[in-house]
Design a binder for this molecule. Structure first.
Ligand SMILES: Nc1nc2c(ncn2[C@@H]2O[C@H](COP(=O)(O)OP(=O)(O)OP(=O)(O)O)[C@@H](O)[C@H]2O)c(=O)[nH]1
Ligand SMILES: [Mg+2]
Length: 216
C-alpha cells in the first residue's frame, strides 16, 4: 500500500477559529495525519516529498504557513484494488519568535481549537530539525499535546545537514530520553525531505496508521 503521489488535493486553508470550528464539527470522522513543528523545520517540504511535488508551499521565510491547510490524499492498495482517501493537515508552526503577540495568540487559539475538536483518529507528526533537536518550544509543544491523546511520532528532518558521525550518533542517543519523557511518542524517524532518506518508512507508518483506523 502506498500514498498516491501527485494526487493530493488542496481543499482549503483556514485562518479563523470560527471557520476551523465549523469545519471540524461538520466532519465527524476525521481520519488522517497532521504535520506540526517549529517554523522552518521543513514541514511543507516533507509534505511535498511524501505526497507529491508542490502540494504545500515551501519558503525561505520562516512562518509562511499561517493557516491550517487541509488536503485530501489517497492510499492505493494494488493487490486488493482499493483506494481510500484521508485528510492531511499542514498546521501553522509553533515557537515563532518574530511575530506580534496578537498573531502568536491567534496561532495558539487555532492550535487549541484544532486539537480539541479533531478526534483521536489523527496521527500527529511532530517535525523537528535534526540539527537542533528538543528545542524549548518542542518540549513545550510535546507537553501541551499530552492531554489530547493522539498517536504521535517525532520526525527529525534535514539529516542531510548532519555531516559527522558524532552529530548523527548524538541525535540517535536522544531516543531513549524522548521515549521516556514523552510517553505518547510511539515512533521516531530520521529523514531528509530534500534527499529522500527515511521517507519510505514514514510513508509506511502513515499508511499503516490510517488503514488501521478504518478497520477499527
Ligand atoms: N538541507 C535540507 N533543507 C531542507 C530540508 N527540508 C526543508 N529544507 C529547507 O528548509 C527551509 C524551510 O522549509 P519549509 O518546508 O518551508 O519549512 P516549514 O516547516 O513548512 O516552514 P513554515 O511553513 O514557515 O513553518 C526551506 O529552505 C527548505 O528548502 C531537508 O531535508 N534538508
Ligand atoms: Mg510550511
Amino acid at each position: 500500500m502506498n500514498i498516491q503521489k501527485g494526487n493530493c488535493e488542496f481543499l482549503l486553508g483556514i485562518d479563523t477559529i470560527d471557520q476551523l470550528t465549523s469545519w471540524l464539527n461538520e466532519h465527524h470522522f476525521i481520519n488522517g495525519v497532521a504535520f506540526i513543528g517549529r517554523s522552518n523545520v521543513g514541514k511543507s517540504s516533507l509534505i511535498n516529498s511524501l505526497f507529491g511535488k508542490s502540494t504545500a508551499r515551501v519558503s525561505k521565510t520562516p512562518g509562511r504557513t499561517r493557516q491550517v491547510n487541509i488536503f485530501r490524499f489517497v492510499v492505493v492498495n494494488r493487490e486488493a484494488k482499493t483506494e481510500d482517501s484521508f485528510y492531511l493537515f499542514d498546521v501553522p508552526g509553533y515557537g515563532h519568535a518574530e511575530v506580534s503577540k496578537e498573531m502568536a495568540l491567534n496561532w495558539q487559539n487555532l492550535l487549541d481549537t484544532f486539537f480539541q475538536l479533531c478526534n483521536e483518529k489523527i496521527l500527529l507528526l511532530n517535525i523537528q530539525d535534526a540539527r537542533h533537536p528538543l528545542q524549548e518550544p518542542d518540549i513545550v509543544f510535546q507537553n501541551y499535546i499530552k492531554s489530547f491523546k493522539l498517536e504521535t511520532y517525532v520526525i527529525f528532518n534535514k539529516v542531510d545537514k548532519l555531516k559527522t558521525q558524532s552529530e548523527r550518533s548524538r541525535l540517535k542517543n536522544l531516543m531513549p530520553e524522548i521515549y521516556s519523557s514523552f510517553k505518547w511518542v510511539k515512533q521516531i524517524h530520521f529523514v531528509s525531505a530534500e534527499k529522500g532518506d527515511g521517507l519510505l518508512a514514514v510513508e509506511q507508518s502513515i499508511v499503516t496508521y490510517v488503514m488501521r483506523q478504518i478497520e477499527t
